[in-house]
Design a protein around this ligand. Sequence first.
Ligand code: MSP
Length: 581
Amino acid sequence: MILALLSSAPAARAFMQSRKVSPLLPPSASLAQAATTTHRKIAPVSFPSSSESRLYSVPSTPFDDGKSPFEITTPIYYVNDKPHIGHAYTSLACDVIARYMRHSGRDVFFLSGTDEHGQKVETTAKNAGMDPQSFCDEVSQSFRDLLTLLNVSNDDFIRTTESHHKEAVQHLWKTLMDKGAIYLGSYEGWYSVRDECYYNESELVDGKAPTGAEVEWVKKEDSYFFKLSDYEDKLLEYYESHPDLLAPVSRKNEVVSFVKGGLKDLSISRTTFDWGVPVPGDDDHVMYVWIDALTNYMSALGYPNMEEGSKFDKYWPASLHIVGKDILRFHAVYWPAFLMAAGLPLPKRIFAHGWWTKDGEKISKSLGNVIDPVDLVETYGVDPTRFFLMAEVNFGSDGNFSDEKMIYKINANLSNELGNLNQRIMTLVFKNCNKAVPVEMGELTDEDKKILATAASLRERTGTAISTQSIHEYVQHMVSMVWDANKYIDVQAPWVLKKTDTERMNTVLYVLMEVMRHVAILYQPLMPTSSNVILDQLGVPENEREFEHLEKEECKILPGREVSKPKAVFPRFEVPEPVSA
Ligand code: MSP
């Protein structure tokens, strides 16, 4: 074959580019064509038809056009305690989606931060013998450090004690006041400091909040109220006309029933403590922590500056708020009502994920079963931790953590299936193909075309999953692609072909490298470091690792390019002896 005559990689690339064909197929039947035919059949939601727009997009949905600037947010975390698995989980889910969107060519603004005001933080700081601000500075830093440790790619980290945020909240307050949505009254009733939430008598269960938190009686005090009762019908109409605003559906139904049950005006200021944003024009009051906290999603974009060309103009309304199921009510009822009252656009999607339990029990400090994400990373490494937390549970459902499950999953899906496959391919190439990508290859068989087509459809399938926040489905597509590749290598047995038919061995190894290129590029949002180690081993140039490069003929694995001696990518862990009951 003519490619065998081209000894250097640049020469081979120049040759490939001049012909603009795959090394394996005649111009009339390129891999891209074979693949396109298949993925059109598979994908339930489609990319825009023009291939140009596809380079910068993910599949569109009723709530997202798949290509506009994309603001994605984590909840901002209370600084009353150090970070735990729940904080790590929400942040990682957002990170996977944010990275997926960026690799798809989208302009992303990924926001996280800390929620630093309110009675809970004030009390915790006092108990620690610290002034609230120094306490917040210290704990907020531990949240930042966690994001760095987990390789989370947030673009900004907002703190609600920053002055620009406080100004933004006061501006929103004044707007609501001007629009007649706030009035002064007096409040008495139940309040849970842990939940930072007011509860009606009828909601209490055995004298506690429905969440199990202690409640205290707030004696009659002056309070400003937000006219939430005005928004009952407006919210219900909005949910009806925007059926995809809230997800998953089961949680949406809970919200709708809550609103249908009747909304009372909401107390939004307190006078009995002062760790909060002062109410403009009435210094006796500080704002309710949730009106302060929710505004972070806009203050980080420079609100109240809403001029054309501003950050706010570009990214608001937010494309996606990811929250835990416990705080959906604040995001799905109060936040849209505040925004409606202020005449501002509503976020496009609010997704509530489930909660982790440990060995079947609720995670709590008092039970002593808190899972420290720093320990997880120290024990299992960053990418395996990211992988497990995203792969183990259907995003939206609750999940149960155990070290056994974590070890089992890491060993099976990462070490045995992905790591081993990579090691086998790269070792065979290194030993049998002169330490370079095979050059002399034969025609593709149906099996080759089939697996290449499956790989080529992976972007669309994973894109559909990510666009609907089905992170587990994205992982499942990736895992199953690796299974297919393992089956393919076992059936084709290139180690046997080495003795009988080297041209066929070369073809099989090339096909596998090309499949691995797809796998590693598309795994970057979930396992950024390990995927890039695989891409390095495959010799994929650093500037050819975006999703647009998947389909580009000239970015395919380059015949003749040198490969280095492969190293293991994922560790294996010993499963601990089962503990007898
Ligand atoms: N400060 C508020 C959010 C304000 S957003 C404008 C808050 N903070 S939090 O620190 O208490 O919780 C942050 C997130 O962690 C929530 O989404 C919550 O659901 C999540 N988790 C807390 N414990 C959890 C688990 N055990 N499992 C999964 N996530 C959980 O609420």
